[in-house]
Write a protein that binds this ligand. Structure first.
Ligand code: DC
Length: 230
């Protein structure tokens, strides 16, 4: 490997619930680099809007959200017990709240808003510009860091993805139905890929990782091989 790992930027984009954050976290831990979960940032903005009744029956009060966007501070802090980074919204830990079905059901339209993306992309660039970082999201390789050293586009079948999210939510004590989750996964694919602002699409120079039939370890090794080629 030619490049210094401390200055490298790795972009992982792809469909929802295909395990981007798991592999990004594994990679960050192994290489001792930072991890930025950009989906968590869109979720935190959605939680902020829901709590202030800026979203009623799926309809967003864009004017109000635009007025408050500058007051939304998001950061990641290490939890030494769990050895993971957790998401904070205006100083409050919201790591569990942002994973609820209510947030999942409302996050796509919020992330389609141009002013929300502008605010969060600026924050992401600030967090990652020094390098030594892996970011996962939908537009990292296309918009946030188009010059990233390695771009990976991850995907898996909708059923495999829904089953993973279902298992994850059961483990956290929620009780969703599988159909509800599958609908949510498919609906989010549709909104994410067809929105006008930074739609989800593979960057021309990204490598595709379909992990429908791969273990966590196999995915990690697949990416490490790509890093060695840099
Ligand atoms: O990765 P996730 O499921 O936690 O992402 C939540 C939502 O945020 C998803 O519907 C798409 C959106 N998102 C985005 O538009 N751009 C990103 N860089 C990351 C996430």
């Amino acid at each position: 490997m030619q490049k210094d790992i401390r200055s490298i930027i790795i972009a992982i984009d792809g469909h929802s619930s295909c395990g981007k954050s798991t592999v990004a976290r594994d990679l960050a831990k192994l290489l001792n680099i930072a991890y930025i979960d950009t989906g968590a940032m869109y979720r935190a903005v959605t939680l902020f809007a829901l709590r202030r009744n800026m979203i009623i029956d799926g309809k967003i009060n864009e004017e109000q959200l635009l007025e408050s966007i500058g007051n939304i501070v998001i950061d990641f802090r290490a939890n030494p017990d769990k050895k993971v980074n957790e998401t904070y919204l205006n100083g409050e830990k919201v790591e569990d709240e942002i994973r609820s079905l209510e947030v999942s059901n409302n996050v796509s339209p919020v992330s389609a808003l141009g002013f929300v993306r502008k605010h969060l992309v600026a924050l992401q660039r600030l967090m990652g510009e020094k390098g030594g970082v892996v970011l996962d999201g939908r537009d990292i390789g296309t918009v946030v860091f188009p010059n990233a050293d390695l771009k990976i586009f991850m995907t898996a079948s909708p059923e495999v993805r829904a089953k993973r999210r279902y298992d994850e939510m059961i483990a956290k004590g929620f009780s969703p139905s599988f159909e509800e989750i599958l609908n949510n996964v498919e609906e989010r694919d549709r909104i994410d890929s067809t929105r006008l602002e930074s739609p989800l699409k593979k960057a021309d120079d990204a490598v595709v990782l379909d992990n429908s039939h791969m273990t966590r370890q196999e995915q990690l090794e697949w990416i490490l091989d790509k890093i060695k080629e840099l």
